[in-house]
Design a protein around this ligand. Sequence first.
Ligand SMILES: Nc1ncnc2c1ncn2[C@@H]1O[C@H](COP(=O)(O)OP(=O)(O)OP(=O)(O)O)[C@@H](O)[C@H]1O
Ligand SMILES: [Mg+2]
Length: 510
Amino acid sequence: MTGRTETGTGHGADRSAPLVRVRGVTKGFGGVAALKDVDLDLYPGEIHALMGMNGAGKSTLVQVLSGVHQADGGSIGVDGHDRSGLTVRKARHLGIAFVPQRRELVMGLSVAENIMLGDLPRRGGFVSRPQMLSRAREALAGLGIEIDVRRTAGELTVAEQTMVEVAREVRRGGRVLILDEPTACLGAEAAGRIRTLVRRLRDEGVAVVYISHYIDEVLGLADRVTVLRDGRVVRSAPADGFDAGELVRAMAGRDVVSHRPERPAPADEIGLAIRGLTHGRSIRDFTAQVRKGEVVAVLGPAGDAQSYLFDLLSGRRRPLSGELHVDATPVPMGRVPASLGSGLRCVTGDRRALGLVPGLSVDENLMLADDRFHRRRLHRRGELARRSAARRKDYGVVTLGGDPPVGSLSGGNQQKVLLAKWLETAPTACFLEDPTNGVDVAAVADIHTLIDALAARGVAVLLASSSAEEAMRLADRILVVRAGRTVAEYDTTAITRDELVATALGGAPQ
Ligand SMILES: Nc1ncnc2c1ncn2[C@@H]1O[C@H](COP(=O)(O)OP(=O)(O)OP(=O)(O)O)[C@@H](O)[C@H]1O
Ligand SMILES: [Mg+2]
């Protein structure tokens, strides 16, 4: 144990008393309860995982803890004192730090400026750059993070941005560190680096709250697991008291099985052909031929080639070179209408920025890409609801009450709306970028089944994924991409998941 928590408050050294004690917390949004009578104890030097299905209340709970939302009832104690009614300011003052899923760095500023913001060292009224750099370097070095503090935050990878946020919070005196899905959508290697950092913080006496949908990750990392279901704690126990099946049952209230079904063999015709696609260093000479009814996965770290593939295939960006054919017809690149007109549907991994209109309702979003919705004035309320009801049912979209704005749905439900919106337009081929990002185990299984059905209908599916499991589960073939280049190709019937991770990704299994 290092001195930080011991000298910080005098309470940190005692690992037998909870640092934070939550009792009977309730929280509702517009009459709907998101948290019901929740108890939670956080101990220093412990990684406490919060798990639960999409919408279970995990983010709401940590937002109450960090003062973003105020609880409607119940109490929060910190160091044995009642601190109910926390605000963000008070929570931070008490050392409760929250790193939300969306990175909150100022992307135009340097790493050093981001770390030191609000506490810039001054000399004679001016910011002392050498001091700022050296203190920021100390903050990173103290946690074993190797990032050049002069780099601009926007240039960093997602994992590096998370680490910088963590370093900033620890420097500000964070002794309860809350991470909301820090490894969602990261490749194996980057996720491993985040976990190493989290273990280090734990060993230094920080109370870590860790939200993740990855069961193996949580069982390998956490000391204690609390499972929320429909806003209630259904189980809280040391992590070694759970196995994967039990954890899923606690979260879902039932067993969830996801196995690779027998799909009809792909046709001989090529549904989607990409040749020599090149865009700077991001994508170099990418070639893929996907037959109708075939699923081909492009496996690599998120944010690498994948989001460029989305931009290029959807016509948002023009490549330097390369050709695209859909159903043997050439498609002009760099034009969104041409891509859409070809029968290719591209589903983004960044649903908030590009996929959904958060202020419009679920039903409106569901029907937005449907020509009939515009042509035949389906926007008359009744008609809209009737048509979208079928989609909600087929895709398992669950909402609390009526037709709320899509932005208020939990992550997994937003993802299902996004998929339904595009996949119900009868595509010839589709490109799906990380379709199960941030989605709970049951919804993952549902989405995989939807993708199977799509392939079974003869659609050529190109899937960009950062998950070896997902690629193995869904794909007939896997193209491994690193730094923009295709470095290997596998037939999924001829390789195991561990071989894939070891040989192709060069990372250890979780
Ligand atoms: N600001 C808000 N306004 C209205 N409803 C909200 C708001 N924030 C959350 N909710 C609702 O509260 C419930 C719990 O949501 P929360 O975001 O805590 O779930 P979660 O467990 O974090 O899910 P996920 O795994 O999808 O991130 C959901 O039904 C959600 O729609
Ligand atoms: Mg959440």
